[in-house]
Design a protein. Structure first.
Length: 97
């Protein structure tokens, strides 16, 4: 199964927001735990977006690794996000608390 066919999930540290994303980036599901509903709407949205970004980038980085391992020329996937991009998205997610 290729990275494009997999699903990726990310969640907030407090496990109140979970987002599941297809390898192509389509959001497949959002789960909100009751505790997060006490937050203002913009904070909930920020958490959903941060989870979606981290999950999506995980899939894109996995695709990059698969293509590198298969010997695909780097120019063919230079546009794909890097591990640094994923690390930055994960750091943003952790910073939300």
């Amino acid at each position: 199964m290729s990275a494009a066919d997999r699903e990726y999930t990310a969640n907030t540290l407090d496990e109140t927001v979970w987002v599941r994303v297809a390898g192509c980036g389509e959001v497949l599901g959002v789960q909100l735990e009751p505790a997060v509903m006490a937050r203002p709407g913009h904070e909930i949205a920020e958490r959903i977006q941060a989870c979606a970004d981290a999950a999506y980038l995980e899939g894109q980085v996995q695709q990059r690794h698969e293509w590198e391992a298969a010997g695909v020329p780097r120019d063919a996937f230079a546009w794909l996000p890097t591990l640094q991009d994923l690390d930055e998205a994960r750091a943003r997610l952790r910073a939300l608390g």
